[in-house]
Every structure is written in C-alpha cells, then in structure tokens.
Write a protein that binds this ligand. Sequence first.
Ligand SMILES: NC(=O)c1ccc[n+]([C@@H]2O[C@H](COP(=O)([O-])OP(=O)(O)OC[C@H]3O[C@@H](n4cnc5c(N)ncnc54)[C@H](O)[C@@H]3O)[C@@H](O)[C@H]2O)c1
Length: 302
Amino acid sequence: MTEPSIENIKKILVVGAGAMGSQIGMVCAISGYEVAVQDIDSSMLDKAKKELESRMSRNVEKERMTEKEVGEAFGRMTFTEDLESAASNADFVIEAAIEKLDVKRELFARLDEAAPEHAILATNSSTIVGSRVADATNRPDKVCNMHFFNPALIMKCVEIVRGPETSDATVETALELTKRIGKAPALLEKEISGFVANRILHALRDEAIDLYEGGYASFEDIDTACKTALGHPMGPFELMDLTGIDISYYVRQARYEETGNEADKPRKSIVEKFERGELGRKTGKGWYEYDEKGRRVERAEK
Ligand SMILES: NC(=O)c1ccc[n+]([C@@H]2O[C@H](COP(=O)([O-])OP(=O)(O)OC[C@H]3O[C@@H](n4cnc5c(N)ncnc54)[C@H](O)[C@@H]3O)[C@@H](O)[C@H]2O)c1
C-alpha cells in the first residue's frame, strides 16, 4: 500500500519539540493517535514533557479533561532523539524543527529514507513552502504544508498547502487528519509565501501602521476601531506587542532581502522601536507599557 489514506494513520511522528512541535504532538495524542516527538536536543525533550505535564494538569484542575484522559494521552506519547527509528513506523510526519531551509531539507531526505512508503511528510513551517523540501525526497507527491498556529493546543486553524506535486490523496488525508485532531483545516490550492492568515494579518498590520505614521489616528484608536468595529479580539498594535516587535521587524527584513522591494522593508516606526529595544510585552514597553506581571500600565507614546 503506497497511497496515503486516513485509515492507515495510527502513528504520527512530530519532529522538533519546541513551542510548536510539543503541543502538536500533544494535540495528536489527545485525539487518540500514537505519537513520537523527536528532537536533536534532549533538554528540549525534557522541557517539552514538563511543560505539557503542567499544561495538562491545569486542564484537569479546570475540569476540561479528566486525569484518566490525560494519563492515556501521555501513555500514547514517546519522546526520542532517534529520528530514524521513530520514522521507521510512522504513518504521518509533521516536521516542526527550527526554521532553517538547509536543516529542513536534510531532515526531509532522512525522513524519506526511513519512513514507510505510504507516509506523508508535512512541514509546519510558517514561511517555507512544501515544494522547497519536497525535492529533497523521492516522494514529492506525499509532501505538503500543515501549518498550525501558536499555541497549537488552543488555536483551531491548520492551513494545508498543496504543492505543485502534492497528490489528491495526500491533501485529502491531511485535511481529514486535521479534522480528526479537532482542528479546522483551511486548504490553499497553490503555494504562496505566508499562506492565508498571516498574509491577511500582515496586510492589516501594514495599513494600521501607515494610518498611524500618516498621522491619521493614534495607535490606540486604531486598535479600538479594529476591536469594536471589526470584532477583532486584539488590535494590531496590541498584537504586535504580544508577539514581539522584533518578530515583525525580522519577518519584513527577511521578505525585503528576498524580494529587494522597498515596500517590503520594515516600517519606520517598527525600525525605531526595534533599535530602541522596545519589543513589546517581553521588554515592558512596545506600543504600550507593561508592568513586571505583563499587565498594561499607561500609554507609551503616540
Ligand atoms: N512559533 C510560532 O509561532 C510558529 C507558528 C507556526 C509555525 N511555526 C513553525 O514551526 C517550526 C518550529 O517553530 P518553533 O517556534 O516551535 O521553534 P522552536 O525554536 O521553539 O523549536 C524548534 C525545535 O527544533 C529543534 N531542532 C533543531 N534542529 C533539529 C533537527 N535537525 N532535528 C530535530 N529537531 C531539531 C530544536 O532543538 C528545537 O527544539 C518552524 O518551522 C516555524 O516556522 C512556528
């Protein structure tokens, strides 16, 4: 049997035990799948296990899950440094390792060698489209993006991206798996950098910054409009403070280096904040100011 199909998926390998991989693994185990979480760094595996245990015990305290359900989910999980042996019986691989193309290409080549023929190899990358790793394998028809959002235990959306060589069976299996782990799939029929949600978020963010830099409205009032007119849970400036202004800076700098297009450069106010080290909640100041507990205190600047 070489064609992927949802009925064949019993074991899932998640590569990378960082912020994303650890939670993706837990999501799959909670939904009844046998899961191996692999990382090259054993301290990351230990950290992942500890963090998941404390998150799950909070779920039990809050009566979102029973102790038995949590125990059973952990019983289905293994944590390992051995990629080849974890891949050897995996039916579906979700790669969530560090965001470096050369690392991912090497991983995909090794996974292709070690995994059964029917296994789908998906990448959780936020920026690297599947075709850039598919050609490191001999199974480009079984490679796609499967992009979770952070925190993966909570966020419902998973973007599935069809590459030029991805087969229908791969897409259908990835869509069905997404549903079976309690998530909402959004399918992209063609590859595009940034996919759907982040492209829309960035377009909105650009417009918000342009309105602010053009002196049309304060950042607080732009946040108010987004929350109270558009129903967004957070305004774009609040969200930048939460995710980190350095992330906004690096994403745009990388895009500019790729395209050479001046319009892709980070906006002036982002560069200024980045250079001043005002990176948002984590530094106590970004667009807004925060106390040591991360609560907003007073307006930083207009
Ligand atoms: N953080 C986010 O908000 C987010 C959201 C969606 C998707 N992503 C994507 O998920 C992936 C992981 O991001 P993250 O935030 O979890 O990163 P992270 O830095 O928290 O974790 C990356 C992990 O990869 C491990 N790693 C590095 N090289 C490896 C290798 N050769 N084999 C196995 N493991 C290796 C590291 O030890 C680390 O534990 C990236 O591709 C990123 O683009 C991140």
